[in-house]
Design a protein around this ligand. Structure first.
Ligand code: SF4
Ligand SMILES: [Zn+2]
Length: 288
């Protein structure tokens, strides 16, 4: 099992030109099976991988997920000399994610996405990491692709590849080395390697569209095994003509549309970035 999983990750890294042994990687860990498995796999394969955990301030869920991350970091990652960084939203942004969303009049998950994207990129750039890696697996990517195709989100489809270039200063390269592995394979890997992860989903995920897409794809997979692979890998094959030219197009597009946020300096298409806008709206509501 370990050999199979490690081989699939190596294939992903090489075929998508993700990173080399000289690069410093920052992994986004949540306490769930995928991101902890990713940290474990990359360390065992000899990569230089540190991790960042963002505590969202969602009561018991955040407490138990942080506990799992810290335990893994102390028991396994520290043995490889890897470091765990923790960002606590309640301390840094002044309130938990649900309260911030209410103050900014935005859905919780979109608030969460904005803050996590900003903080991961910020940490990667500030601390000189070459690449940011996330634990998205085949099920995640196939479900996301289905959603993007159903709504013909062309802009998102362009960026659905597992390796996005560091298109300009201020943006870290982003990769998804687990895109060849399914949720079940990663759960089995965690059990075999005694990786203790938080089993429950984030309470905010209830009713999320992605869960519905995953269910639909699982039904198709039962009836016709290999559907998820065919769907996502097929999409990558077709949009890959060749991989470097896709990366160049994304990088060129980014360079022509992005410039530094007037408040924080992170790249954005508007005058101020979505993180600064969100924080300004939350602050304005508190002041009222
Ligand atoms: S379900 Fe929503 S709030 Fe929870 S981690 Fe995911 S994006 Fe964030
Ligand atoms: Zn900004």
């Amino acid at each position: 099992m370990n050999n199979f999983v490690h081989d699939q990750v190596l294939k992903a890294i090489r075929s998508q030109d993700m990173f080399s042994k000289n690069d410093r990687l920052l992994i986004a860990v949540s306490g769930g099976k995928d991101s902890l498995a990713l940290w474990d796999i990359l360390l065992k394969l000899g990569y230089r991988a540190d991790a960042l955990y963002v505590n969202l301030g969602i009561g018991g869920y955040s407490e138990s997920s942080q506990e799992k991350v810290v335990r893994f970091s102390e028991a396994v990652a520290a043995g490889y000399g890897a470091t765990l960084h923790i960002h606590t939203v309640e301390q840094a942004e002044g309130a938990g994610i649900r309260e911030l969303a209410m103050l900014a009049h935005r859905p919780t998950c979109s608030t969460c996405g904005t803050i996590k994207r900003y903080q991961f990129n910020h940490a990667a750039i500030r601390q000189g990491y070459d690449v940011m890696a996330t634990g998205h697996n085949l099920d995640d990517e196939a479900a996301r692709l289905l959603g993007n195709v159903l709504h013909w989100q062309n802009e998102y489809l362009e960026k659905q590849g597992p390796s996005l270039p560091a298109s300009l200063d201020g943006f870290a390269k982003k990769v998804k080395p687990l895109y060849r592995l399914t949720e079940r394979e990663l759960a089995a890997y965690c059990v075999l390697n005694r990786i203790d992860y938080v089993v429950e989903e984030c309470p905010m995920a209830k009713g999320a569209r992605t869960l519905l897409y995953k269910e639909v794809l699982n039904r198709l997979e039962t009836e016709s095994p290999g559907t998820k692979q065919m769907f996502y890998w097929g999409f990558l094959e077709k949009s890959r003509t060749p991989a470097t030219s896709t990366s160049t197009t994304i990088a060129e597009n980014d360079r022509s549309t992005l410039h530094p946020c007037s408040l924080c300096g992170q790249p954005t298409t508007a005058e101020t970035c979505s993180y600064c806008k969100l924080m300004a709206r939350a602050k304005a509501s508190t002041a009222r």
